[in-house]
Ligand binder design. Structure first.
Ligand code: ATR
Length: 277
């Protein structure tokens, strides 16, 4: 059996082994996928040991995505622009680093949630690693505008500068939260880690356009703080990031195996488990 793994610290909570086992059985691919806990100062050694034992690829999660970027010999364009790697593929010529998070987000929005992005006004909340990873795939989806708002506005401005030359005709803006007052958006994506602290970014009233979708990259057994605040503020649809998790996994699987698994049954199974009826 071909060997793959997800590596992180902590890792016990990871749903990736279940997701990839389901993809493997659905596509009849002969592979095994395990979870590896690396010591905080032992990421590179753990990857090298896994590769030396015949491993073909890894997913990388918190807190190692920057170290994985540094370790890779070559990068896909989306990993290069994200500045972080969540997928490693090993072959004789070295280590390829990819980043499937942003593509997973866009696929969840467009295919699973039937929320088109082309020509629409997107608001991205946050300017850390999660936001940065989403930038190129969101710009490639050709919205009419992409506004980045962050608690520390200078970080949003820096991301806008970094991605300016990918924007073409797309209006790209940086903003503070309070300066959003008076603007409206069709799609609002929370890429902050505020939900981990049961908090929501402090958005002004009235930012959700008619039929707007409010999306949180986080997920849990109940609605996140951001989802609750968006609903209370009039967003007509809210969604969490469970679909993004499954879609980024499918992108990694397709990179490794050349086969794209069906995500819907896996997403349904995880959803039922997370929120039993
Ligand atoms: P990640 O890799 O998950 O993006 P990160 O790089 O540490 O993590 O970035 C965290 C993001 O969440 C940042 O945009 C941060 O805002 P600041 O840049 O101002 O720190 C944002 N964030 C974290 N907690 C927040 C909160 N309670 N309210 C609003 N934004 C928050």
């Amino acid at each position: 059996m071909d060997q793959y793994a997800v590596i992180g610290h902590p890792i016990a909570h990871s749903k990736s082994p279940r997701i990839h086992a389901a993809f493997a059985s659905q596509t009849a691919q002969p592979l095994e996928y395990q979870a590896l806990l690396a010591p905080l100062d032992g990421f590179v050694a753990a990857v090298q040991a896994f590769r030396a034992a015949g491993g073909l690829g890894m997913n990388v999660t918190v807190p190692f995505k920057l170290e994985a970027f540094a370790l890779a010999d070559r990068h896909t364009a989306r990993a290069q622009t994200a500045g972080a790697v969540n997928t490693l593929a090993f072959d004789e010529s070295g280590i390829l680093g990819d980043n499937t998070d942003g593509a997973g987000l866009v696929r969840d929005l467009v295919h699973n949630l039937q929320c088109p992005l082309a020509g629409r006004r997107i608001l991205l909340l946050g300017a850390g690693g999660a936001a940065r990873g989403a930038m190129l795939p969101l710009l490639q989806a050709a919205p009419s505008s992409l506004t980045l708002a962050n608690r520390t506005e200078s970080k949003a401005a820096e991301l806008v500068r970094t991605f300016g030359h990918y924007a073409g005709a797309i209006e790209l803006h940086a903003s503070s939260y309070c300066a959003l007052a008076g603007a409206q958006f069709d799609v609002v994506i929370n890429a902050t880690s505020a939900s981990l602290a049961a908090e929501a970014p402090p958005l002004p009233d009235g930012i959700y356009a008619q039929d707007a979708l409010a999306y949180d990259m986080m997920y849990g057994s109940s609605d996140t703080a951001y989802m609750q605040s968006a609903r209370a503020a009039g967003a007509s649809r809210v969604a969490d990031g469970l679909g993004m998790l499954v879609e980024q996994a499918a992108e990694s699987f397709a990179l490794w195996r050349g086969v794209r698994p069906l995500t819907a049954p896996v997403l349904t199974a995880l959803r039922n488990e997370l929120r039993p009826a």
